[in-house]
Ligand binder design. Structure first.
Ligand code: NAP
Length: 309
């Protein structure tokens, strides 16, 4: 299987002259991904919903890679107008886009809606990235060997696409909605691979997941619910069980830049239950590879976002 034992960020090739977008590149796995890409000479654009956090992240990246070419652009995936503005601005600033890394995400939040009225987790994790990728397709196709890397999660295994209640309006479960959104990420990534293959387009679509990494992801839910105990439990889990965000970023980095990556593949950590370790190719649940579900989700996503491919 592709993915080599003990592959690390030091094995990344030289990335000079290449342009990368990392959504949510200001925090956690996204920040580590952006940092390593910049260290290897890539031009990195971090899509971030908060200017102060973007400035702070760019400072961190420059501190570890003084010659880093890094910029930030405002991006709120929970607001389709912001997604459109991001894509337009990027297209004006850059004539190429080598890799779009659909990394940003939210997990297990209390019920919330996006600006466009979607349930927050499916809206941010899937629909926002679906729209963003569609709007950047022309730029990606204009770049030889471009890749779309979509970050999923082991949680996709517990997910079902609830076509009769995609927005969880009748019944909301915060974990159910997260698992649905992460299954949607994989259905999208694999369907994009099939579509590009059928069109003989020069675009690779792959997916990755970080295992269990100590990031801000699990703390937002308890914080929004005012659960002090929940926040403490998350902090303890991060300290005792999780691997570092830098290790969590390795499957993303492998999918972004390793030369042996093929469209339609999925990468994750090689350790026990894919919770930690170095990147290797991993299997997805069978329903993540189901073309009929993927096609149906694609049609609905086009209708909901107004982004037609
Ligand atoms: N950590 C894990 O163990 C784990 C496991 C499986 C999968 N994942 C996946 O890994 C990815 C990265 O998560 P992480 O663990 O690195 O968590 P994180 O530290 O919380 O980072 C998530 C990033 O997404 C951004 N984001 C959230 N909502 C957004 C929106 N509406 N518009 C734009 N950006 C938004 C966050 O921005 P703010 O800083 O402004 O909040 C942050 O930059 C996610 O897709 C997650 O599902 C993580």
């Amino acid at each position: 299987m592709p993915g080599s034992a003990r592959w690390t960020a030091a094995d990344l090739p030289d990335l000079s002259g290449r342009v990368f977008v990392v959504t949510g590149g200001n925090s956690g796995i996204g920040l580590e991904t952006a940092r390593e890409l910049a260290r290897k000479g890539g031009h990195v654009v971090i899509g971030c919903r908060d200017e102060a956090r973007a400035v702070h992240a760019m400072g961190e990246i420059r501190a570890s890679a003084p010659h880093a070419a890094v910029e930030s652009l405002p991006l709120d995936l929970a607001d389709l107008a912001s997604v459109r503005t991001f894509a337009e601005t990027l297209g004006k600033r850059h004539a190429r886009l080598d890799v779009l890394c659909n990394n940003a995400g939210v997990m297990a939040l209390p019920y919330r809606k996006t600006t466009d009225g979607f349930e927050m987790q499916i809206g941010t994790n899937h629909l926002g990235h679906f729209a963003l990728t569609g709007l950047l397709l022309r730029l990606l196709l204009a770049t030889p060997g471009a890749r779309v890397v979509t970050i999923a999660s082991g949680a996709h295994r517990y997910g079902r696409i609830c076509f009769d209640d995609l927005q969880s309006e009748r019944r909301y479960g915060k974990w159910r909605a997260y698992a649905q959104s992460k299954l949607a990420n994989l259905l999208f990534g694999f369907e994009l691979a099939r579509r590009m293959d059928a069109a003989r387009a020069d675009l690779v679509s792959v997916a990755a997941h970080p295992g269990y990494a100590a990031t801000n992801l699990p703390s937002a839910g308890p914080r929004m619910s005012g659960s002090w105990l929940g926040e403490r439990a998350v902090a303890l889990g991060n300290r005792l069980l999780a691997q570092s965000p830098a290790m969590g970023a390795l499957p993303s980095l492998y999918a972004i830049a390793a030369p042996d990556v093929r469209s339609g593949e999925y990468y994750g950590p090689d350790g026990l239950r894919e919770m930690r370790g170095h990147p290797r190719r991993v299997a997805a649940a069978r329903r993540a590879r189901d073309p009929e579900t993927a096609e149906r989700l694609w049609q609905i996503s086009e209708a909901l976002t107004g982004v037609r491919w």
